[in-house]
Design a protein around this ligand. Structure first.
Ligand SMILES: Nc1nc2c(ncn2[C@@H]2O[C@H](COP(=O)(O)OP(=O)(O)O)[C@@H](O)[C@H]2O)c(=O)[nH]1
Ligand SMILES: *[C@@H]1O[C@H](CO)[C@@H](O)[C@H](O)[C@H]1NC(C)=O
Ligand SMILES: [Mg+2]
Length: 391
């Protein structure tokens, strides 16, 4: 019983912490921290940047819930200029872990590895799951640590794998009861206490249904206050204000050349619908011209009687074009370097937002706004309504 003091200490600390932080919900003290006989789901958010990872996080949360296993919440994987390997940022750095407990049992990967792994997932018995074999040193296996961020991710928790489990053609379809049943009977908690996946156990983009889980993603107090403070400082006398997301970096310009062949590219379904029932993706929606953007902002400023516009962008803020067309409107953005997370939190709170249909970064803010009941429109897109779809 070498590990028991660690678990006891952890549970005691967690109980104390949750007693003081959420007195209104005594149940929280019991969730997510004790050993789960149903097992756990772990994964590397190894695909894409923040927007992609957030989409797949929602799917992973739904997946763990439908298997009734605790979700081991991974850190965000970030890519920083000038750094060769990805950097791991704990989930709780940006968002409240406790808010997830309202939906399902979770534990941070940091805590799982520190307090439970020795017992629940001992060295020598760590299996890794992949859909099909991956390129690497061992033929026919997952080679889960091959490449960046795969290697750096598991290394940051000192995890090595002893065995590969190839589960394809089974897939992560939380909307299919027969698929989920198959997962349950094929991979029982014994001998599979932890289903550790090479990549996210969830599709990208998130399904419209699972997108609703966004209400459990709540900004940490620190980020919440930063956003509120920015809004007070810049828009106190200038409400309502509009926020725009200009996703116009070189990578997007290139990607947008392919919308004709892949109309469902990235987050496009947030506009065109799961089956394309609300319209077709165009290059102009994906990479709108400056004229389109300026004209649309002008229209929205007029109809909202807005006094100010917040600009979030990964590249070109178009400020001089905006000012020329709207000399009496205030245009604001973060000083450089702009924090993507602060941009997102502000986009999520503006009185109106215009975003990019194809961008999963826009999609994050859009979902948060939906939770708040705030309106969002998109560049060069109007939802085509057919009565039959709405019934
Ligand atoms: N600060 C800031 N960064 C952005 C903005 N738009 C995109 N980015 C950066 O570019 C990345 C885009 O990747 P991703 O999040 O996957 O979204 P997508 O590529 O637009 O679907 C983000 O994670 C940010 O790091 C923005 O408006 N502000
Ligand atoms: C899910 O697991 C929890 C904790 O083990 C248990 O209390 C609950 O009854 C389970 N729910 C279902 C639907 O099996
Ligand atoms: Mg991306």
């Amino acid at each position: 019983m070498i590990i028991s003091w660690k678990i006891l200490l952890f549970v005691a600390t967690a109980l104390l912490a949750s007693r003081s932080s959420c007195q209104d919900d005594e149940d929280d003290a019991e969730t997510g921290i004790t050993i789960d006989v149903n097992g756990y789901v772990a994964y590397c958010p190894c695909m894409g940047r923040f927007g992609n990872q957030a989409d797949q996080f929602l799917g992973a949360l739904a997946f763990a819930k439908s298997l009734n296993r605790t979700l081991i919440v991974p850190p965000w994987v970030e890519y920083r200029r000038g750094q060769r390997n990805a950097v791991m940022v704990p989930y709780a750095e940006y968002f409240k872990l406790e808010a997830l407990l309202e939906y399902h049992r979770v534990i941070s990967m940091e805590n799982f590895m520190e307090y439970l792994a020795d017992y629940e997932w001992p060295v020598g018995k760590r299996k890794v799951f992949c859909y099909s074999d991956r390129h690497g040193a061992k033929k026919g296996e997952c080679n889960a640590k091959e490449g960046n961020p795969f290697g750096p991710f598991w290394d940051s928790f000192e995890v090595n794998f002893d065995e590969s489990v190839i589960f394809g053609p089974l897939y992560f379809d939380t909307h299919s009861p027969s698929t989920m049943h198959e997962w349950l009977v094929r991979y029982r908690p014994d001998p599979y206490p932890v289903l550790a996946f090479v990549g996210p156990p969830a599709p990208f983009p998130v399904t419209i249904h699972n997108a609703q889980l966004h209400r459990y993603i709540q900004w940490s107090d620190q980020h919440h206050y930063k956003a509120e403070e920015f809004i007070l400082e810049n828009f106190y006398n200038d409400r309502p204000f509009i926020a725009v997301h200009l996703r116009n970096g070189l990578d997007f310009e290139r990607a947008c050349e392919h919308v004709k062949e892949s109309p469902s590219m990235f987050a496009a379904k947030q506009c065109i619908g799961e089956r394309g029932q609300y319209g077709t993706t165009t290059e102009e929606m994906c990479y709108p011209s400056a004229d389109t953007v300026v004209a649309q902002v002008k229209r929205e400023v007029e109809s909202n009687k807005a006094k100010a516009v917040f600009i979030a962008t990964d590249n070109d803020d178009l400020i001089s074009e905006f000012k020329r067309a709207m000399p009496n409107v205030k245009f604001v953005k973060q000083s450089e370097p702009a924090s993507p997370h602060l941009d997102l939190a502000i986009l999520g709170r503006a009185d109106h937002m215009i975003g990019n249909c194809v961008s999963s970064f826009t999609a994050f803010a859009k979902r948060e706004r939906d939770v708040r009941g705030l309106p969002t429109t998109f560049w060069a897109f109007e939802r085509k309504l057919r009565n039959s779809d709405e019934l």
